[in-house]
Write a protein that binds this ligand. Sequence first.
Ligand code: HEM
Length: 412
Amino acid sequence: MTTSEHLDLVSPQSRATAYRTYAGLRAAGPISRVRMPTGQDVWMITGYQECVDVLGDYNRFKTSPTVVPEGVEMPSLPEAVLRLLGGSMGSIDPPEHTRQRRLVQAAFTPQYVERLRPAVQSIADRLLDDLIASGERTFDIVEGFAVPLPLTVMSEMLGIPSADRDRFRLWSELLLSLDPTSAQSAPQGMSPAEVMAEIEEFVRYLDALIQAKRANPGDDLISGMAVAEADGERMTDDELLKMVALLVVGGLGTTQHLIGNMLLALFRNPDQLALLREQPDIAASAVEEMLRYHGSIEISFPRFAAEDTEVAGTPISRGEMVIAVLAAADRDPARFPDPDRLDLRRTANRHLAFGRGAHMCLGAPLARVEGQVALNTLFARMPDLRPAGNLDDVAWRPGLTLRGVVDLPVTY
Ligand code: HEM
């Protein structure tokens, strides 16, 4: 066990060297005591097997902070944020978690999502048609493609009118900017009061949307979730609102950054890019490798020890916070041979980019399809796609939870 009170994990400069920092922690042992930007001391798990053990054991490690002993201070959240995400599926434990998850799981099975592939493909084609028609040969691939692809896919799934999609993007970004590990300023220089006003507007918008879908169900996911039943029970309006908010927060930035990270990884590894261009049918294994090598969620949601326990021999007291560092686990040499090498044909690649256990990413099958379609469509339509700037200068998003480049200029 190491104790690191002054690790810089959040400044913009530190983002570029985070994998090295985690390797240093892991070399000293799979569990470290680290002071978070919030001032809280947490246990960070950097070993692959130890992350699997913690994430897979929801009896010992809870997502809901109900096991935190009285008197221990937890960061408080504004009312509107609690209304949207407090007690959402991401922060509750079985058996309640299991019930909620069953109500939404059907729309995210690999089989169901596979049926959405043609729709994802046509969205990607339309975006590239527009980019090509614009005549601009140099553009930011994040803004031009990585943002609108998941935004359009998710909006069509949920049944969000196209006129409202930019507001959804803003609301999702604003909620992400409140991530306590991010110390991030709000987008577009908004003041904290303006951010809160927008978040309250998001609550009102979702309340009205849910009422409209209940009154006039359509062929969309919100309407479907409104009537789905598990054990004879349906979701309440409040649960439905939190579920939609969770999908919006969980499904946009993550996929956007996966696409950006994949392109950066390929541009930095020209031999692997050449391989993918020659063999586009390896896209599925390529996406898995890029999720391992450069996933877009760096750390798990916090877990809280439900009892006095231990990880790798280090004692952990009841209520203490434990974080699985997925990015570190996925580069653990005890699990992945030559882990810092990008190998699009890597086999035995059971990475943790989507987590593990009860909370394992609901949207993983969708993110995979979006990633595969993005890669194949980009390199088919723009075979000569290449970076337009210095790859050492990329700006990383601040914060520990989401890992991704802010922009990535390309040319073709
Ligand atoms: C590359 C893209 C994505 C990555 C890397 C990712 C990663 C993750 C991870 C690591 C978790 C588990 C966190 C934990 O256990 O602490 C998670 C949970 C979740 N993700 Fe994703 N995700 C991605 C895309 C998506 C998409 C597209 C959606 C929605 C359509 C989505 C919805 C969710 C939800 C709802 C949960 C909570 C599940 C639960 O608590 O049962 N994610 N995601």
